[in-house]
Structures are given as C-alpha cells and as structure tokens.
Design a binder for this molecule. Structure first.
Ligand SMILES: C[S@@+](CC[C@H](N)C(=O)[O-])C[C@H]1O[C@@H](n2cnc3c(N)ncnc32)[C@H](O)[C@@H]1O
Length: 303
C-alpha cells in the first residue's frame, strides 16, 4: 500500500519520518524519495535480517536515515517527543520471513517450528507447543486464531507430544490437517493455528498496544501516524486507540460511562473514518495484501 501511505503521510523535504517495521525497506525508500533532498527517516525492525536488507536497500539515500534493531514499542525511548512529521507501522510478517523455511513461519515449507521475529529472543513456537497446558493452547488458538475447534486440537497436541516432540512446521501442519480436516475450503486448516502461535511467540498484541501509544507520543501537532493491519483483532486495537483519542472526553476505566466522562480537547483526528483497503491491482498481485487495512490518525494542535 505504498501509494496510500505516501498520500497519508505526505512526505516533504525537511520532514522527519519513522518506519517502525522497516522490513525490506520498500515503504522507507518511497518516503525518502518523496521527501528528497532533505527529509530524514528513522527506522526499526526487531529482525536482524530485515535491518540488513533495509540498510542495503536504502544505500542510495545515505546520510538521511538511521535504522535500529529494536521493537517499535521502544520508539519513545530513542525518538524525541513530538518530533515526527509522520510514522508508519506495517504490522505482521514480511515475505522474506514467510519464504524462508528455516524461519519456521510457514506451514507450506518444512522447517524448524521457530517463528521468532527477533532471533535473539529465547522462546520459540516449538517451546510454546511443548510447554503450554492444553487449556492454554486452546485459549491461544481461539483468541488469536479464531479457531472454533481449538480444544480438540489442543488435546490432540497434548497427546501427540507425549509420543514425540513437535519440532517442525511440517509435523504441526500435518497434525492440524489430520485433526481438523476442512474439505472444500480454500485456506489450509493450519492457517489460523500458525497465525495464533506467531502472534503469541512475538507478543504481537502487546507490542501493538505499547507501540501505538509510544509512537503516537513522538508525533508532532499536524503530524500523522499510519497503521497497516492484517487481521480483525489487530484492526480493532488500532480502531479503538484512534476512537479514544478522538473523543472530546476521557473516561476512567475500560467502560465508557457517560456520567463519568471528564471533558478534554481531542488529541487526534481520524483521517480515515473507515479502514482503507489496497487497490484492485495490488490485491491481484499480492495475496497477503488482500487482508490489509490502513488507518491514519493526525495529531491535532493544542488549543
Ligand atoms: C509487513 S513487514 C514490513 C514491510 C515493510 N513495510 C516494507 O516495505 O518492506 C513487517 C515487518 O515488521 C517487523 N516487526 C513486526 N513486529 C515488530 C515489532 N514489534 N517491532 C519491530 N519490528 C516488528 C517484522 O520483523 C517485519 O520485518
């Protein structure tokens, strides 16, 4: 969604931008090109291979960018408050992560059951599958994958792992296909299970929660934050974040009780009331793009 991101962030010379999920550097290169000759970009990714790939890709813009290997949830620790003209979070996994069997993200190629975006981190998907009690596994498959047969699958995993450890993507995909055969469906039965495990291994919802608040605190008045999500659970978190800060009041606690509302000036304007989807051409060219949704927020000046 490069064109949509550029339209949202309107990169300009002298601007300072942040790409928290720099990946292969595609969006970052477009932002640097559009803000030439003096726009600058700060980037982060927790995957060392992505940092290397993006650094190579951005060589032509040398002197105008800095990339750090760290999670975007740490943005506020190294970027000054209210200093950014624009920020992008393009969530989820990258194509290189999915395509390399040894990273263990894909059920389509056999590899170690790993799924760590940051390979310096300890916990792998294999360790999670080996150690979580069946009820925990079921909760994870249901809450992060929306899998209705989560309990049946978790019990089957529990039984299987007493016989032999589940250490490869191929073993897990075959087990899921055996326990949850889905005849006539377009998606592989393991799709949701792999998504759920990946989100748990990388604490993706926790990162999103902390990251939205942290990155937002670095946006200057008039600056914008664009977020691309790939499934409804993530989009809900982003939507609620925007709604809360767009309201002309604060509410203590989780529930919005009108009697308890405390008036205050809204911090944010919803640039996109509804999430934007990629154009037809991108959807045809890129299967992953089909579920992408973009939301854009603008920081309002203080009254
Ligand atoms: C969809 S790709 C981004 C692609 C990128 N926009 C481009 O143009 O090439 C997502 C990237 O975000 C990274 N990532 C995911 N969660 C992260 C987090 N919490 N902190 C930093 N990077 C993260 C992944 O490692 C992956 O490289």
């Amino acid at each position: 969604m490069v064109a949509e991101v550029l339209a949202a962030l309107k990169p300009a010379p002298n601007g300072l931008y942040f790409d928290g999920t720099i990946g292969g550097g595609g969006h970052a290169a477009a932002i640097l090109a559009a803000s030439a000759p003096t726009g600058r970009l700060l980037g982060s990714d927790r995957d060392g291979a992505a940092v290397e790939a993006a650094s190579a890709r951005l060589a032509e813009f040398a002197g105008r960018w800095e990339i750090q290997r760290r999670p975007f949830s740490e943005a506020a620790a190294w970027i000054a408050a209210e200093s950014l003209d624009g920020a992008l979070l393009d969530l989820g996994v990258s194509s290189p992560q999915l395509d390399q069997a040894e990273r263990g993200f894909s059920f389509q190629a056999d590899g170690p059951l790993d799924m760590r975006m940051d390979q310096r981190q300890g916990l792998t998907a294999a360790e999670l599958v080996a150690s979580l009690p069946a009820e925990e596994l079921a909760r994870l498959f249901w809450e992060l994958g929306g899998e209705r047969e989560s309990r049946r699958l978790a019990k089957a995993i529990e039984a299987e792992r007493t016989r032999r450890p589940l250490t490869t993507t191929g073993q897990l995909a075959a087990l899921v296909a055996r326990v949850l055969p889905r005849h006539g469906q377009r998606t592989h039965p393991a799709t949701r299970i792999f998504q759920a495990l990946r989100m748990a291994v990388n604490d993706e919802l926790g990162q999103l929660d902390q990251g939205l608040a942290g990155v937002w605190s670095c946006i200057k008045p008039g600056g914008r934050m664009a977020v691309i999500t790939f499934h409804s659970g993530e989009d809900r978190v982003v939507k609620n974040f925007g709604r809360r800060l767009a309201q002309p009041y604060e509410c203590p606690g989780e529930v919005d009780v009108p009697a308890l509302r405390v008036p205050r000036a809204p911090e944010l304007r919803l640039v996109t009331r509804k999430p934007m989807a990629p154009g037809e051409a991108e959807m045809t060219a890129n299967v992953r793009a089909r579920s992408a949704q973009l939301r854009v927020f603008e920081r309002l000046p203080r009254e």
